[in-house]
Design a protein around this ligand. Structure first.
Ligand code: 5AD
Ligand code: FES
Length: 345
């Protein structure tokens, strides 16, 4: 079968084998057809809507030591920061007036914030803004903790699986971190009732085409409501500092294939994609993504939340990012909408 026919088959059936996925990844001549097919499916379900999520990076302390990540524990060159509760609420206030109806609280795994503090913040935000969704992105926690956060009102949880292949996972993480626990956390989040986000990096060290196919098949099986996909970008203070970054093309292909296999997914066009190419986020939208996540963190802390080098938007005010994205989204042919942007089953 030629690649176009294969893409068409995947677009209609939302199914593919590992071999078929690898065949699409390996042949570049049908890329435009792939992106157009993904865009068509996205438009059938979500029209031209693009949902915006206000990202609050509230702590860069992390007890983990992921080999790729700039805020890993062993990086002595980062100045660590934590936002106070009051500062977090201020981010939400500013975000709300800019039209955000989802707040994403993201941070390193930082035990300074106890369940009690986190639950209080979630419930205060939900009380003040009942028309907003609260998304958490706080890494691996116990089932008990996830439950308490859910009961305090959190709607969604993002936890990228990073790679669906255990052997590859072991090459990206220190021995103390376990692939099994990552997977268990994702199952638990779904079971509790969170709208759950998984996802992976494209072009991470040691990654093979087979690994990427496994990521796609894992997404197909787990059916997470959200899927975050971005290129790996080296960070100068990590063991992977000399590794090559993921490419624009490969990342766009993964976004598009995710749309074909899991049509209803909410897929952000990520900041990492915008970092490796000036039009990366626009191209992500045209390849099937339908979410953007601008930064709402206070500008003075933004540079300190550097998971990778050269991250964009670290000098901008929240209002600037909001405006900038408005232009980018509309130039790509879509429209930012300011509702919660829930998953459409
Ligand atoms: N390059 C790209 N993405 C990264 N992340 C962490 N470090 C990097 C990097 N060097 C991603 C991980 C994590 C998310 C918050 O950011 O996938 O889950
Ligand atoms: Fe931040 Fe463009 S999105 S400046």
């Amino acid at each position: 079968m030629d690649t176009k026919a294969l893409i068409e088959k995947i677009a209609v059936s939302h199914e593919a084998t590992e071999e078929e996925l690898i065949a699409v990844m390996e042949s570049t001549e049908s890329d435009d057809f792939l992106f157009e097919s993904a865009d068509r499916i996205r438009r059938e379900i979500y029209g031209t809507d693009v949902y915006i999520r206000g990202l609050i990076e509230f702590t860069n302390y992390c007890k983990n030591n992921c080999l790729y990540c700039g805020i890993r524990r062993d990086n002595r060159n980062v100045e660590r920061y934590r936002l106070t509760e009051e500062e977090i609420y201020q981010c939400c206030d500013e975000g709300y007036s800019l039209g955000f109806r989802t707040f994403v609280m993201q941070g390193g795994e930082d035990s300074h914030y106890t369940d009690e503090m986190l639950c209080r913040m979630v419930s205060n935000i939900k009380k003040k803004y009942p028309d907003c969704a609260v998304t958490l992105s706080l890494g691996e926690r116990s089932e008990e903790s996830y439950r308490r956060l859910y009961e305090s009102g959190a709607d969604r949880y993002l936890l990228r699986h990073e790679t669906a292949t255990a052997e590859h996972y072991a090459k990206l993480h220190p021995e103390e971190m376990s692939f099994e626990n990552r997977m268990k956390c994702l199952e638990t989040l779904k079971k509790i009732g969170f709208q759950t986000g998984a996802g992976f990096m494209v072009g991470s060290p040691y990654q093979t085409r087979e690994n990427l196919a496994a990521d796609l098949l894992f997404i197909k099986k787990l059916k997470p409501e959200m899927v975050g996909i971005g290129p790996f970008i080296p960070h100068k203070d990590t063991p992977f500092k000399d590794c090559t970054q993921g490419t624009l093309r490969d990342t766009l292909v993964m976004v598009a294939l995710t749309r074909l296999l899991h049509p209803h997914a909410l897929i952000p066009s990520t900041t990492a994609l915008g970092t490796i190419h000036p039009q990366g986020r626009e191209l992500g939208l045209k390849a099937g993504a339908n979410v953007v996540m601008p930064n709402l963190s206070p500008t003075r802390f933004r540079k300190l939340y550097a998971l990778y080098d050269n991250k964009i938007c670290t000098g901008d005010e929240s209002a600037q990012c909001r405006k900038c994205l408005e232009g980018r989204v509309s130039s790509a042919g879509y429209k930012i909408v300011t509702d919660r942007g829930d998953f459409r089953a």
